[in-house]
Structures are given as C-alpha cells and as structure tokens.
Design a protein around this ligand. Structure first.
Ligand SMILES: NC(=O)C[C@H](N)C(=O)O
Length: 334
C-alpha cells in the first residue's frame, strides 16, 4: 500500500463559516474525516503546517512547505498539499524551483467550496490528488477538477467555477475521471537526487502597465525592489512617447535592479523583437520571460535573486527552462 503524507495549509477546502466570512478552520484530520472515501487504499498520514487563507501566504510559507516535503521525502511515496486557490499557483511554482530532482509526486490541490458544505468540489479534488500522489512520477503537480497540470503552468482563471485552473502554454499532464487517470504526456524521468534550495529574495515587484502609467513610479520601485517584472502588452514593449518609460527603466538597470519584461497576454508568450516598442527596451539588459506565466516568473525571479544579483547570472537562470515552466526558444534581432 502506498504511503502518502497530506500537508494541510488552509484555504477554502478547510474553511468554515466564521463571524466575518469563510475562514480556514479544519485540521488535516478533519479534512480526511470529511473525505472518508474507502475506495482508495492508501495509507495517509497528515500534518497541519498552517491554516491560512492563501491570500495571506508569503514566500516564507513556501519555504516551510518545501522543507516539510524535503524532511519527509524518504518516508513517503507521495505528497498532497491542500492549499487555498487564490495563490496556489505561486506556491506550486515556487515548490517546483525549490525542490529539484523530485522522483515522487508532490500534488497541490484545494477547492472552490469548503469540504464541509453539502455541494463541494473538495472531495473530488482531494480524492484525485491522493490518487495521483500514488503514481510513479516525479515533480510538482496541480490537481484540480480532474485536471493534472505541471506546478509551473497552472493559473487560476475563475473565481467561482469548479474548473478554476488552466494549464497555460502546456497541455494537461493527465485527466482524472472516476478514479481513472488518463495521461496525455509525462515529464521525462531523470536520475537526479532531491535537492532543497530555498534561497528566496522577496524583493520583487510586478508592474502592470496601462495607458497613462506615470514614469515616476520607477523612482519608488528603485528604492524598494531588487527585481521588477514589467507586465507589458501583447508581444512586449513599453511606451516611449509622452509618458516615456525608457529612461526610467535604463536608470533602474544602471542602478543594479533586475528588469524582466513579460506580457499581460496569458497565452503564446512575447517576442520583444517584433515591434519598435519592443526593440527599444530590448537594447537594455532586460530579461525575457518567454511563455512563462506570472506566477512562475515571480517565484523564479525571487529564487534567482536569492542566489545572485548579477544580471547575467539572473538572466541565465530565468531564461533556462526549469520544471517545464518555459517552452519558447528565443527570437533574436536577426
Ligand atoms: N478557493 C479558495 O481557496 C480561496 C481562498 N480565499 C484561498 O485562497 O485561501
């Protein structure tokens, strides 16, 4: 019988009605008691790591979760982490970077409706997650509404529907229906040994551009952050007429802040060399995000800056695919 470790962190799945709205209140044991599915023959041990709405998750909590998996790695065949959905993808991406060389599944799940409610997606998600955690596969996965996605590719798309998550720019790994797993593809196996690398620098900011963005915002960012992710438009580029952002971006880079250009478009990634608006900013030492999603970029940049602030080294880390986070090969000017 497979031995699994369930690590509970809170979220709606573990929430109960509080005086001021839903609040995480169930323990890992409560979750399993509600679940009570006898069709799965697994030996589940549980541990409550924290009990918070995932809106309150901070990078330090990602580290706690990664450490818990690492500490227990040899004792279990697979891991299930129950988590709030709001920042679940940030956590799943961060775990994908901090836990390199996983030869066992680490499955992150949650729900849109508490497990204690009559109609809930929690029981299916938990059951699917436990089932998938028994598989002979390595990596961090998100299992939600019957979909299995790589931890670096899941994005929360819907606030209320059960199909809250999509796998962006990478097909689902598998689908689960009535306790049957149908694979579409599988990450290749490797011979790596598990390493825990929790170096994280949280001084990262995401600036979402909109027409009218005031260039002076960069003066504040320069003081507070070591890395700035500019979520630009379409294929990428920044405005250089009227409220010209280019001089401020150059200043930021000259002062040693790492600047990464990404796009507000979720699908297909950017190509900074297509338009003049892109090429102008591409002349500077900016990092390209390809088709990585925002959640993965934030976690990866924090992880990279935890090791080095050297722009060349950070660029090398970010622009190298890791844990299936990036699939685009770089377009260059010629
Ligand atoms: N569905 C959920 O889990 C939402 C909740 N606010 C959380 O992220 O913890």
């Amino acid at each position: 019988m497979k031995k699994l470790l369930l690590l509970a962190t809170g979220g709606t799945i573990a929430s109960i009605e509080g005086e001021e709205g839903l609040v995480p209140g169930l323990s890992a044991k409560d979750l399993l008691d509600y679940f009570n599915d006898t069709s799965l023959s697994v030996d589940v041990t549980y541990q409550i790591l924290m009990n918070r709405d995932s809106t309150n998750m901070q990078p330090e909590h990602w580290v706690e979760i990664a450490e818990a998996v690492h500490q227990n790695y040899d004792q279990y065949d697979g891991f299930v982490i129950t988590h709030g959905t709001d920042t679940l993808s940030f956590t799943s991406a961060a775990l994908s970077y901090m836990l390199q060389g996983l030869q066992k599944p680490v499955v992150v799940t949650g729900s849109q409706v508490p497990i204690s409610f009559k109609h809930t997606d929690a029981k299916k998600n938990l059951s699917d997650a436990l089932l998938f955690a028994c598989e002979n596969i390595g990596g961090v996965f998100v299992v939600f509404d019957g979909r299995v996605m790589m931890g670096t590719r899941a994005v929360k798309m819907r606030t209320k529907s059960y199909d809250a998550f999509e796998s962006i720019n990478l097909p689902y790994v598998a689908m689960i229906k009535e306790n049957r797993i149908t694979y579409y593809w599988q990450p290749e196996r490797n011979e790596l040994k598990l390493t825990l690398d929790t170096s994280l620098c949280p001084d990262v900011f995401v600036l979402k551009l909109h027409p009218g963005t005031n260039p002076e915002i960069f003066d504040f960012l320069k003081k507070l952050y070591k890395g700035v992710i500019i979520e630009s438009y379409g294929n990428g580029g920044v405005p250089f007429e009227q409220r010209n952002l280019l001089p401020k971006i150059k200043e930021l880079i000259d002062e040693g802040v790492v600047v990464l250009i990404s796009t507000q478009c979720l699908e297909e990634g950017g190509d900074l060399y297509l338009y003049e608006v892109g090429r102008k900013v591409a002349q500077y030492d900016v990092i390209l995000s390809g088709d990585m999603n925002k959640e993965a970029i934030v976690a990866k940049l924090m992880w990279a800056l935890g090791k080095t602030t050297n722009i060349i080294e950070v660029k090398q880390i970010i622009e190298t695919p890791l844990a299936w986070d990036l699939s685009i090969t770089w377009d260059t000017e010629d």
